[in-house]
Ligand binder design. Structure first.
Ligand code: GDP
Ligand code: MG
Length: 181
């Protein structure tokens, strides 16, 4: 029923140095600390979304060791996740290309599992560094539209609000996807 507690596994993906850890820490603690250790972590927490309690795990991923191409996703990660946050930096074009590949990989994989819809939110981070922008908002919007993903441009460094919107959007989508099954 509608009072059932929903569990969500959120996988944070993207190239190195785009702000994945900054996003996770900002969402969980509301703070930006500037320096993040490169440890693979799975955080567990819960929150009230639209008046309903949701518990969730956030997997802050690292580049897989046994994979030469930037942006691989392991089968284990794909099976674990109910939803994805794909992060690039608006001043790092290579990181945008990584997200593009990762969207394709997720969409291909999930289409093999009947009925499985995988919500994805794409995040263009570091919006505070406008003067160094190399990926336009339009490109981000287009990628999201063409692959049925959510999209936000944010600055994890400057504000908590944008980060909150990203996680709440994904948690909403995960809950909807689960309700449909
Ligand atoms: P990860 O490798 O994707 O986990 O990236 P980190 O979260 O470790 O962040 C990489 C670097 O970018 C760190 O020095 C952060 O302080 C910085 N950073 C993260 N988010 C932002 C942002 O929104 N704006 C700016 N200017 N720097 C950021
Ligand atoms: Mg990190």
């Amino acid at each position: 029923g509608s009072n059932q507690k929903v569990e969500a596994n959120i996988l944070l993906l993207g190239a190195e140095n785009v702000g994945k850890s900054a996003l996770a820490v900002r969402f969980l603690t509301r703070r930006f600390i500037g320096e993040y250790s490169d440890i693979e972590s799975i955080y567990s927490s819960s929150d009230r979304i639209d008046g309903r309690e949701m518990s969730f795990n956030i997997w802050d991923s690292l580049h897989p060791q046994n994979c030469e191409m930037d942006g691989c996703i392991s089968d284990k990660q794909l099976q674990w996740a109910n939803g994805f946050i794909l992060v690039y930096s608006i001043c790092d074009r290579a990181s945008f290309n990584v997200v593009r590949r990762q969207v394709q990989r997720i969409r291909q994989c999930k289409s093999k599992h009947a009925g499985a819809t995988a919500p994805i939110v794409i995040v263009g981070n570091k919006r505070d560094l406008k003067h160094r922008r190399t990926v336009s908002s339009e490109e981000g919007t287009l990628l999201a539209l063409s692959s049925d993903c959510g999209f936000f441009e944010i600055s994890a460094a400057e504000t908590y609000h944008g980060v909150l919107l990203v996680f709440h959007e994904l948690l909403d989508l995960i809950r909807e996807a689960k309700a449909l099954r």
